[in-house]
Write a protein that binds this ligand. Structure first.
Ligand SMILES: NC(=O)c1ccc[n+]([C@@H]2O[C@H](COP(=O)([O-])OP(=O)(O)OC[C@H]3O[C@@H](n4cnc5c(N)ncnc54)[C@H](OP(=O)(O)O)[C@@H]3O)[C@@H](O)[C@H]2O)c1
Length: 231
């Protein structure tokens, strides 16, 4: 169990929809300081928020942020990019670009901050698409990230770091701005994730679609992928 009260939190991708909610709700729950990191940090109207440059694809940038924010107790690995074209219609270079941010970037952040997180927590923002491969390279990246989180949870347990893997479906942020679908409110998703963190959970299924898909993983594949039944 990790409390946000008096915590020092670092959020990657803090300028984005979920990232900004992670920053604001950490403060609402009593965090002492929040490092709001981004490739190009914005200004914030709160002295408890410290803007910090952090490009997750750049090892030097991650290392510099880890040195500048050595007092961090909770890291939210939130930064990510989309890229859901079918695998046969996109280049391997484009898939690698998605992995560079969503997989290797998140791993780079976790490794750099791990020594600071003894007795603290790492929150990794996956997706329901970690479990259902409807979005090409993006799904693959979130599946890989999910697996990395599961490994890190075991590796960080001896130093008392809680590792929370978060799964969520469509949420109303810049990433989904072009999609005409029902979307969750980022504030609700972040509240569910922080509730799980503070309850000591390993994993959070932040919405109904994530709960449904997770529950369906033990069924035959054609149940999860109806297109297979008619193929
Ligand atoms: N929205 C959804 O429906 C949904 C569903 C499931 C999971 N997620 C996940 O939720 C997380 C947050 O996404 P969001 O929905 O809030 O989308 P968003 O508004 O596009 O925010 C993504 C953030 O990631 C940052 N970012 C991208 N590449 C980066 C890099 N190399 N270094 C540092 N920051 C980088 C972006 O920064 P810039 O401003 O510099 O581009 C942006 O602030 C992502 O991991 C996403 O995959 C979202």
């Amino acid at each position: 169990m990790t409390t946000l009260t008096d915590a020092v939190v670092l959020v990657t991708g803090a300028n984005g929809g979920l990232g900004t909610a992670f920053v604001q709700q950490a403060l609402d729950r009593g965090a002492a300081k929040v490092y709001a990191t981004a490739r190009s940090p914005r200004t914030w109207d709160d002295e408890r928020i410290v803007p910090l440059v952090l490009d997750v694809t750049d090892q030097a940038s991650v290392d510099a942020a880890a040195r500048a924010a050595a007092d961090v107790t909770i890291v939210v690995n939130n930064a990510g990019i989309g890229g859901s074209a079918p695998l046969l219609e996109t280049s391997v270079d484009d898939v690698e670009r998605v992995f560079a941010t969503n997989v290797f970037g998140a791993l780079r952040v976790a490794k750099a901050f791990a020594p600071s997180l003894a007795g603290g927590a790492l929150v990794d923002v996956h997706s329901v698409l970690s479990w259902i491969a409807l979005a090409g390279g993006y799904s693959a990246s979130k599946a890989a990230f999910w697996s990395i989180t599961n490994s890190l949870r075991l590796e960080l347990a001896p130093q008392g770091t809680q590792v929370v893997g978060a799964h969520l479906g469509y949420t109303d942020t810049g990433m989904t701005a072009d999609l005409d679908v029902d979307k969750a409110d980022p504030a609700d998703i972040v509240a569910a994730i922080y509730d799980a963190l503070e309850a000591g959970e390993h994993e959070v299924l932040a919405d109904q679609i994530s709960r449904d898909v997770r529950a369906g993983l033990s069924a035959p594949l054609a149940a999860l992928y109806p297109a297979l039944a008619t193929a």
